[in-house]
Design a protein around this ligand. Structure first.
Ligand code: 13P
Length: 284
């Protein structure tokens, strides 16, 4: 199986009221962790990389390992560019094999955001690639992007309707109170806002910042109409913690094939539990 676009999987999720789990990967090890998890849970999967990961690993390397994983595991696999505000990088990823992209115009005015997203939609759709975009601003820190609590702003339902209509995007990321990274207290999710947006917008809805959110809140968000949940920090934490523990017990080990094993397994266990939480297990 080759990499597929996100359209079919996300619309199926919308119709059947579950969410597809999207995991940020950074290298071969994190890719293997989430592919093994999805394969064991019989789940479609969205592999996503930020522009920071592209700098770290290189676009062609990521596309090559993702394409290989899609054919080796035989499950519906989407390769998505997460949070990109640079149109050249977006076009390059589309040209080199990404099947889905997120345009991040959150620093722009509404009109500028519409213009940029529309340009990407025109380019991407000609190549069968799907486009996610955000209206409102999710707070927190992701790679080099930091949005303070003060700057973060929840999605206005009427703006969401106009944005979807004018841009022709395939999925909409909404800000309803989650944030990238770890929370200081418990997140305050505006479920009522989600319910209203779901009633007005007829494309899949995306929840960013799904790490460190209590399970019951994720379940509720999915039952209120979220169709994609983005998880980065929880996987990074599990992977890093397992590595640190390994070296505490084995300070002289120097073989990456050994020290990466427990880290892959720890990230895989987290990915499996997120897949079940999203409800995309047994959907293949
Ligand atoms: P977390 O790091 O909070 O899981 O957020 C991930 C995300 O939203 C990626 O776009």
């Amino acid at each position: 199986m080759s990499l597929i676009s996100s359209k079919e999987e996300l619309f199926k999720a919308m119709k059947e009221k579950y969410a597809v789990a999207a995991f940020n990967i950074h290298n071969l090890e994190t890719l293997k962790a989430v592919m093994q998890a999805a394969s064991e849970e019989k789940s479609p999967i969205i592999l996503q990389t930020t522009p920071g990961t592209l700098k770290h690993a290189g676009v062609k390397y990521i596309v090559a390992i993702a394409e290989n994983a899609a054919s080796e595991y035989g499950i519906p696999t989407i390769l998505h560019l997460d949070h990109c505000d640079n149109i050249e990088t977006i076009f390059k990823c589309i040209d080199l094999g990404y099947t889905s992209v997120m345009v991040d115009g959150s620093k722009l005015s509404f009109e500028q955001n519409v213009d940029m997203v529309k340009k990407v939609v025109d380019y991407a759709h000609k190549k069968g690639v799907q486009v996610e975009a955000e209206i409102g601003k999710v707070g927190g820190t992701e790679d080099d992007v930091m949005v303070s609590e003060y700057e973060a702003s929840l999605t206005d339902p009427d703006d969401a309707v106009e944005f979807v209509k004018r841009t022709g995007i395939d999925s909409l990321a909404i800000a309803i109170g989650t944030a990238h990274g770890m929370y200081k207290g418990k997140p305050k999710i505006d479920f009522e806002r989600l319910r209203v947006i779901r009633g007005l917008v007829d494309i899949p809805l995306v929840l960013h910042g799904a790490s460190d959110v209590p399970d019951e809140m994720i379940r509720k968000a999915v039952s209120y109409g979220i169709n994609k949940i983005n998880i980065a920090t929880d996987l990074k934490n599990a992977f890093g913690k397992a590595l640190k523990e390994f070296f505490k017990d084995n300070p002289d080990e120097y073989d990456p094939r050994k020290y990466f094993m427990p880290a892959i397994d720890a990230a895989k266990q987290v990915a499996k539990s997120k897949i079940k939480l999203a409800g995309c297990n047994n959907k293949v």
